[in-house]
Write a protein of this length. Structure first.
Length: 291
């Protein structure tokens, strides 16, 4: 009990009450309440303050509950917005588990890339998938993108809910940027720079006019300056990279080869031709046609 005198006529009595319980597990004070009260003008007890202290067990359970809720919210966000991270719909359902294992060396390189994601980010290590059409370059790039999303969904909840990955074709990205006003284009390039991973499919089939090269340069520069991983798929050969048609392409090629230090050749027959042949056979059976 403390007595505070406020002049010659006023005396206020403050009463302090302490309730203490000790946790049998961590041996810390489980719950400590320090309650300070004083009488009001009518003589009734008025609470001035309540101070509580919780033991390590309670603090740990509260933290675990908070982290679980945060992770659950993040997972819901990721799954809700996953389709938006893949502009082309055929990329949205690809997973590494769908791999036909025709190129086991490529498959293993992709799995190791994801398994060492922390080092990949630290060293800004991108991939250049190179090979003929239909060999599976886009599949492997999309599979990596989904694996990165799944890994970060499990381990790296983000309170800001920023998109982590974006995959599209170069021509589609250039077309989208052509419709943006200057301030929106700057904002969009900033978003591309912040992504954990950007995947550009079918590099090299876009038109090589001045406007296209200018915007392509902006995209590559955004990733180059952000020092974050970039994955590119292309049908261009190493010789075409070494002998670009003009100085603008040379500058872009040089930066891509610097960022995408891991060059993965993807060889084999065209799966697209195989799929087309199977569809023709299915159509003949369906329609009752003979050769």
């Amino acid at each position: 009990m403390a007595t505070i005198s406020g002049g010659s006529t006023t005396t206020v009595e403050i009463t302090t009450k302490t309730n203490v319980l000790t946790c049998a597990v961590c041996k810390e004070v489980w719950l400590e309440e320090v309650i300070e009260t004083e009488p009001d003008a009518d003589g009734n007890c008025k609470i001035l303050s309540v101070v509580k202290k919780e033991c390590a067990c309670i603090r740990e359970r509260a933290q675990v509950h908070y982290e679980k809720n945060l992770l659950r919210e993040h997972q819901i966000y990721v799954e809700t917005n996953r389709t938006g991270m893949f502009f082309i719909s055929r990329f949205r359902d690809i997973r590494m588990s769908h791999d036909d294992l025709r190129n086991p060396e490529v498959t293993n390189q992709c799995k190791n890339y994801v398994a060492n994601w922390a080092s990949v980010c630290e060293k800004n290590m991108g991939i250049l998938f190179r090979g003929p059409v239909g060999t599976g370059k886009s599949f492997h790039a999309a599979a990596i993108a989904h694996a990165v999303i799944d890994m970060k969904k499990r381990k790296y909840p983000s309170s800001h809910n920023e998109p982590m990955v974006y995959m599209t074709t170069v021509s589609t990205l250039i077309l989208y940027m052509s419709e943006l006003e200057l301030h929106r284009k700057k904002w969009f390039l900033g978003r591309l720079a912040m992504l954990d991973l950007l995947v550009l499919d079918d590099f090299g089939i876009e038109r090589g006019n001045e406007y296209t090269l200018e915007n392509l340069g902006y995209i590559i520069d955004a990733r180059y300056n952000s020092q974050k991983p970039l994955i590119i798929t292309t049908n261009l050969s190493s010789n075409e990279f070494k002998n670009p048609p003009n100085i603008a392409y040379k500058r872009i090629f040089d930066r891509i080869e610097e960022m995408c230090g891991l060059i993965i050749p993807v060889r084999g027959s065209s799966r697209r031709l195989e799929i087309a042949a199977k569809k023709q056979e299915d159509a003949k059976k369906l329609l009752g046609l003979n050769d």
